[in-house]
Write a protein that binds this ligand. Structure first.
Ligand SMILES: *[C@@H]1O[C@H](CO)[C@@H](O)[C@H](O)[C@H]1NC(C)=O
Ligand SMILES: *[C@@H]1O[C@H](CO)[C@@H](O)[C@H](O)[C@H]1NC(C)=O
Ligand SMILES: *[C@@H]1O[C@H](CO)[C@@H](O)[C@H](O)[C@H]1NC(C)=O
Ligand SMILES: *[C@@H]1O[C@H](CO)[C@@H](O)[C@H](O)[C@H]1NC(C)=O
Length: 256
C-alpha cells in the first residue's frame, strides 16, 4: 500500500516536473519566430545582373565594361535595394560596334565609368511609367545631375533623345520591381563628356548598320506595347512575374 502510494507519488512528481519542460520545449520556439515576420512582403528574388546580362542580348561588350570598371558593383547594389531599384538601358554588342564617331576607345577610365553610369537610373521604372516621365523633364542618371536623359513617349514607344544620341527602347529584357533592363539601339553619349560640338547629322546616318529586325515598326510595337499592359500588375504581385514579363526564356529560367 505504502509502496504503491510512493510510486504514484513519484510518477506524479515526475509528470509535474517533466511536463512543463516538455511543453516549454515545444511551445516556446514558435513564439519568438513568428513576430519578426509580420509583413506579407515576400523576400524579393535577388536578381543577379551579371547572370542576366550574360544570357540575354548579346550584351557582352556592355557587361565586360561593367565588370572591368567595377560599375557592376554599383548597379548590383542598387538592384538589391528594393526601395528604389534600378532601370538600366543596355546597348547590344552591335551598337558598340557601330559606335565609331566619336570612338569610345579615346575615353579615359573615368569618362568610361561616367558613360556606363549614364546608362542607368537609380529607380525602377516600368515602361508605362515613362509616359509620365516624358512630361516631367530630364531625369538624372546614376552619373549625376549633369548627366540626365530626356524621355518621350511616341505612341507607346519610349524614345531617348539627346544632342548626341537618338534612340529608343527596342525591347524589355527584364522588368520586375525593383529591376528593369531595357535594350536600346545605340550607345548613349553624354554631353557632359562629348561636349556640345556635335558632328553634323550624327543620328540618322547609322541606321543601316543597326538595322536589325528590332528596328522595324512592327517589332517595336510588339516589344513595347505588350509588356506595357501587364507590367503594373505583375510588378505588384511580384510572385513569379519574371516568367510573364521576361522576354527571353533563358532569363526566366534563372528564377526557376
Ligand atoms: C552572380 O553571377 C555571377 C556569374 O554566375 C557569379 O560569379 C556571382 O558570384 C553572382 N553574384 C551574386 C551576388 O550572386
Ligand atoms: C546583392 O544581394 C545578394 C543576395 O543577397 C548578395 O549576395 C550580394 O553580395 C549583394 N550584392 C551587392 C553588390 O550588394
Ligand atoms: C582618338 O585617339 C587617337 C589616337 O590616340 C587620335 O588619333 C584620334 O584623333 C582621337 N579621336 C578623337 C575623336 O579624339
Ligand atoms: C501618371 O500620371 C497620371 C496623371 O497624370 C496618374 O494618374 C498616374 O497614376 C501616373 N502613373 C504612373 C505610373 O505614375
Amino acid at each position: 500500500m505504502a509502496k504503491m502510494q510512493l510510486s504514484i507519488f513519484i510518477a506524479v512528481t515526475l509528470l509535474f516536473f517533466s511536463s512543463p519542460t516538455t511543453t516549454a520545449k515545444t511551445a516556446s520556439p514558435p513564439a519568438p519566430i513568428l513576430p519578426p515576420t509580420p509583413a506579407p512582403a515576400p523576400a524579393p528574388d535577388h536578381v543577379n545582373l551579371t547572370e542576366l546580362l550574360s544570357v540575354a542580348g548579346p550584351f557582352h561588350t556592355f557587361l565586360d565594361y561593367l565588370l572591368s570598371s567595377g560599375v557592376i558593383e554599383t548597379f548590383q547594389n542598387q538592384a538589391n535595394n528594393t526601395e528604389e531599384g534600378i532601370t538600366i538601358f543596355v546597348p547590344k554588342d552591335d551598337a558598340f560596334k557601330a559606335q565609331k564617331n566619336p570612338p569610345l576607345s579615346n575615353l579615359t577610365k573615368d569618362q568610361l565609368k561616367q558613360l556606363l553610369l549614364f546608362h542607368a537610373i537609380p529607380h525602377y521604372y516600368s515602361l508605362s511609367e515613362f509616359k509620365n516621365l516624358s512630361q516631367s523633364g530630364p531625369v538624372s542618371t546614376f552619373a549625376g545631375g549633369q548627366y540626365s536623359l530626356k524621355f518621350t513617349d511616341v505612341s507607346g514607344t519610349v524614345r531617348i533623345d539627346s544632342l548626341w544620341t537618338r534612340t529608343k527602347v527596342s525591347s524589355s529584357v527584364f522588368s520586375t520591381d525593383p529591376v528593369a533592363v531595357y535594350q536600346v539601339n545605340r550607345v548613349l553619349l553624354p554631353e557632359a563628356i562629348f561636349g556640345t560640338d556635335v558632328p553634323p547629322m550624327p543620328a540618322p546616318a547609322p541606321a543601316p548598320v543597326v538595322s536589325s529586325p528590332s528596328d522595324s515598326p512592327s517589332a517595336d510595337s510588339e516589344g513595347v506595347a505588350s509588356p506595357k499592359s501587364s507590367h503594373k500588375n505583375s510588378a505588384k504581385s511580384l510572385a513569379f512575374a519574371p516568367i510573364a514579363v521576361a522576354v527571353s526564356g533563358l532569363v526566366a529560367a534563372l528564377f526557376l
